[in-house]
Design a protein around this ligand. Sequence first.
Ligand SMILES: CCCCCCCCCCC/C=C/C(=O)SCCNC(=O)CCNC(=O)[C@H](O)C(C)(C)COP(=O)(O)OP(=O)(O)OC[C@H]1O[C@@H](n2cnc3c(N)ncnc32)[C@H](O)[C@@H]1OP(=O)(O)O
Length: 338
Amino acid sequence: MAAVLRKLIQGRLPALAGVLCRRSGNEGHLFLNSSGSTLMQPRCGYSSPTESVIVEMDKATGVALLKLNIPPVNSLSLPLLTELAIVLDKLEMDKHCRGLILTSAVPNIFSAGLNLFDMMDKPNEHYSEFWRAVQEIWIKLYGSSLANIAAINGSSPAGGCLLALCSDYRIMANNPHFTIGLNETRLGIVAPFWFKDTLLNTVGKRTTEISLNLGALYSPTEALSLHLVDRLVPETQLLSAATEEMGRWLQVPDHARQITKSMIRKSTLEGLLNQREADIKNFVEFISRDSIQKSLQFYAQSLQKQKQHIHPPSSSCRQQISSVTFARSPWYSLIQRS
Ligand SMILES: CCCCCCCCCCC/C=C/C(=O)SCCNC(=O)CCNC(=O)[C@H](O)C(C)(C)COP(=O)(O)OP(=O)(O)OC[C@H]1O[C@@H](n2cnc3c(N)ncnc32)[C@H](O)[C@@H]1OP(=O)(O)O
């Protein structure tokens, strides 16, 4: 079974594998730049603010801390997804790496989900390439043989929530301004079946039904009560809590944990692996419809407008606006009763 998981992961993006550069003089740190070309060039200074995926490897424990670093909101664009795929391959192939903690280097945002502009006003070839990259990340993360903990240090809508759902365990910073959930229907789009399956496997059918249909975004406290996340901690303790939790997962022999994980996730993974091309075709057909494009444009504009109403838009104020707009969910009480 572990071999099945490994096979799922290896052999994808083979041309890109192995091009990570290791920072000389700072052992165990991998840094990638959002420009594909720089990936090929070993560099000695990596403190530029344009680093989009940062990996800090603790060689003593074999735990990699992976930080998404694309301000302002860590939206999952095609270049970011491509880089992330390379990093995940590299970590999977590193025999010393046993665990992965996924978090964000951007204050208050874990990830804003898929980059809206990769789904708007583009040729079908772009949609197709973009969706393949989204699939790839899900396959790698959901099928990862590593113990994987999400340290959710900010808002995490839609694709951001999906990233967190791929982990084995989710710890969220207990900040009432943060929200998490699959809110796709609020944008006039539809979460594909494998987003749905990932949520279903985590929170069960009734909560999935209500959450997905209504596009609900939850506060950390709500998310905990629905088992969308496993634990809340004060923001300042998030990384230490994730590290401590990782210790618990790494006490289990890797092969036993990997085979168990594979047994539980294999059929869900195969659901997509067996029909990737059809899923890409569906996505392209759906996203290129005029009505869907209009919905996305309207939504993207509404994000802009929220800011225009406030002068000047302090970051704490903007955070509150987003929370009020998307998070307060009257349907939450329905779930509580169900
Ligand atoms: C038959 C069925 C077939 C089905 C086939 C499949 C169908 C399609 C499936 C598609 C699945 C989609 C998944 C997704 O992930 S869609 C993305 C959803 N994301 C969101 O809804 C989040 C939107 N953003 C926010 O709510 C807030 O930005 C956030 C709470 C994350 C942060 O708030 P804050 O106030 O701090 O920041 P701003 O809102 O001011 O944003 C700053 C700038 O960032 C831009 N932005 C925000 N989110 C995105 C994004 N997702 N993509 C690109 N850009 C984004 C925002 O516009 C601001 O830009 P400017 O500074 O230029 O104004």
